[in-house]
Design a binder for this molecule. Structure first.
Ligand SMILES: [Zn+2]
Length: 343
């Protein structure tokens, strides 16, 4: 552990406990239940973990404590461990009728075809499962004062919003950022997707087709069934990759699965297709459930090299105001929030 690491970690834990308390008392429109108009389920969002964030690009082992709810478990449903009644039947995985594209249609002409991926990975052990598996980028490399701002647009029922206040704030402050777009969100918001793709400040990443965990063996996260084979992994990545290529005309280099969960074999598939699987080290908005003060607490605590995850698909929540305030503080400290720019 680096010098003063324990103090820094204790300070981080303190901030997170404060953030949790703030969430508990200030859940007045940002929470999943409040947003959906559901009644009788006014549960607080999932507790931010008190586990230390990963300290290396590829941690040797995944955290053993409960991970932070970086991604909303089920759109407009409370976290599974706080649900007093079973959530409604999973509505978030519509059938995708597009055929799996050829690599050439995805802007990754050098990528292996689906048959090659299936042949290479069928029968391979899944390896570690989680948010921070080996082979996944959790921090920036190369030193310097950079911090990555990443915003997921998850799509699906309850997740197809556009946080224009956030986008306008980034534009106004000339702040670069990376947006991870899901296939469903692109279908629902073609104009907003095109606008993000064409904005020179912004960079676009792939946030999956059905927004499901990326697994070669059918693992689940938050009760959401993941992909169950190398073939399904390929489709979850590449159907949306083709949509992103149509949108941007450029190769898209980054992939973050829906829920951010994946296994090592799936991370290797992402790499083999020519992309970098991207996790995070700072959970900026708790799956778009934190009110602004909690977002400020998390994002403003970011250090050089951190990758911040937050969301751009839940307008009216605390993300835009919280990120705006935190960016002012980070920039005043000489930090440089911006796009991923991973090697
Ligand atoms: Zn998402």
């Amino acid at each position: 552990m680096e010098p003063h690491g324990r103090n820094r970690r204790n300070a981080k834990i303190g901030r997170r406990l404060f953030a949790l308390a703030t969430v508990a008392v200030a859940l007045n429109g940002c929470g999943p239940a409040a947003r959906s108009g559901a009644t009788g389920t006014a549960a607080a969002p999932a507790a931010p973990s008190t586990a230390a964030p990963p300290v290396a690009t590829v941690p040797a082992k995944p955290p053993t404590a409960a991970p932070p709810a970086a991604e909303r478990p089920l759109p407009d449903s409370p976290a599974p461990d706080r649900v007093p009644v079973p959530p409604a039947a999973e509505p978030t995985v519509p059938p995708v009728t597009e055929r799996p594209p050829s690599p050439a249609a995805t802007g990754l002409p050098g990528a292996p075809a689906k048959d090659r991926i299936v042949a290479d990975f069928t029968g391979k052990a899944p390896g570690t499962w989680g948010l921070f598996v080996p082979g996944t980028a959790t921090k920036l490399t190369g030193g310097g004062r950079r911090i990555a701002l990443t915003f997921d647009c998850c799509g699906g029922p309850g997740g197809n919003g556009v946080d224009q206040e956030l986008i306008d704030m980034l534009q106004r402050t000339r702040t670069r950022a990376t947006f991870f777009l899901n296939f469903r969100w692109i279908q629902a918001n073609p104009g907003a997707a095109k606008s993000l793709a064409e904005n020179p400040l912004f960079e676009v990443g792939n946030h999956g087709t059905k927004h499901i965990p990326l697994s070669v063996s059918g693992r689940s996260a938050y009760g959401i069934q993941g992909t169950a084979s190398p073939s399904e992994v390929y489709e979850e990545i590449m159907v949306n990759q083709a949509a992103l290529h149509r949108l941007t005309g450029k190769p898209v280099r980054y992939f973050r699965p829906g829920t951010a969960y994946l296994d090592e074999a799936s991370a290797a598939i992402v790499r083999q297709l020519g992309m970098v699987p991207v996790s995070f080290s700072v959970n900026g908005d708790g799956g778009a459930t934190y009110p602004a003060p909690a977002v400020v607490g998390e994002v403003a605590a970011a250090k050089a090299g951190d990758i911040i995850i937050a969301h751009a698909n839940h307008p009216g929540c605390g993300t835009a105001a919280g990120v705006a305030q935190a960016l002012t503080a980070l920039k005043a400290d000489g930090l440089k929030p911006g796009r991923l720019n991973l090697k």
